[in-house]
Design a protein. Structure first.
Length: 83
């Protein structure tokens, strides 16, 4: 998946590297994508990551304001983040 999505290799290039057919690469990518989607539905890692990112962004904005009340509120947000 890394070669296809991150490194932008074609199915043919991946097939040559792995010594399998272009169709074999397509089937592998399809199965891997379905597996990842299934894991995400069960584990909700992406949703949790987005929620944590949003909370940290909010805490960062509060810290930029710099007042004592905002700093305390930012600390509270950070402590409440469930990792």
């Amino acid at each position: 998946m890394e070669l296809y999505f991150d490194m932008d290799w074609s199915l043919s290039e991946i097939g040559e590297e792995l010594e399998i057919s272009r169709q074999g690469v397509y089937d592998m990518l399809s199965r891997a994508s379905k597996s990842l989607e299934s894991y995400e539905q069960r584990l909700r890692l992406l949703a949790r990551s987005d929620a944590v990112r949003s909370q940290l962004d909010h805490a960062g904005r509060l810290l930029e304001q710099g007042g004592p009340a905002q700093i305390e509120q930012a600390k509270k947000i950070i402590q409440e983040i469930e990792i």
